[in-house]
Design a protein around this ligand. Structure first.
Ligand SMILES: [Zn+2]
Length: 192
């Protein structure tokens, strides 16, 4: 059986018949890579296309009707931890696309002992911003497991702040403490 292996999140899940997942890794140029994929799939019939761009660290998920094919790829930054965050962010988009956010909810519950209902975030209107909030929560979780809460952000600032708020609120609910962002910083081993 084919599986999708998400290395930053450390999640693996089975794919349905016809579904494909490719982690294309770090690429020199995101736009060049995107053009390559456009050419690769140009003669195929698209079902729906899911695309994160602009504010997102670029990733794309192609829906080739009736199959689903997902590629993720990302730009490399000079910082290993930030690269980890970016990968986890894109991998969370992948889970979202394959309707497997339950796997990340379970992981967050096991590892951080907090309950975050990812699938409830913004699902009424399904705004693109909400998709980014969900993806950032995946990134934040991985960083938190590393002992880090990123205090600054590199892009998608509004969505990142919302994601951080949701994560911190869940931690506060667990501990019964009003941690607040500045206090929580003291718990982190490293601060960005
Ligand atoms: Zn994104």
């Amino acid at each position: 059986m084919r599986t999708a292996k998400l290395e930053a999140l450390n999640i693996e899940f089975p794919l349905e018949s016809g579904e494909r997942f490719y982690d294309d890794g770090f690429v020199e140029s995101v736009s060049e890579h995107q053009r390559g994929l456009d050419l690769q799939y140009a003669d195929k019939e698209y079902g729906s296309e899911y695309e994160s761009d602009g504010q997102c660290y670029p990733a794309r998920t192609f829906g080739l009707f009736p199959k689903r094919i997902c590629h993720i790829y990302y730009k490399k930054f000079g910082d290993d931890l930030y690269n980890l965050f970016v990968r986890a962010h894109e991998e969370t988009h992948t889970l979202d696309y394959f309707n497997r956010l339950d796997l990340l909810e379970g992981k967050i519950l096991r590892e951080s002992k907090i309950k975050i209902k990812l699938r409830k975030i913004g699902r009424k209107a399904l705004r693109k911003d909400d998709v980014e909030i969900i993806a950032d929560i995946g990134g934040i979780h991985v960083m938190y497991q590393e002992g880090i809460i990123i205090s600054a952000t590199y892009s998608a600032a509004t969505e990142y702040e919302k994601a951080k708020k949701i994560y911190l609120k869940a931690l506060e609910d667990k501990t019964g403490l009003r941690l607040g962002y500045s206090i929580l910083k003291n718990f982190a081993k490293n601060i960005y």
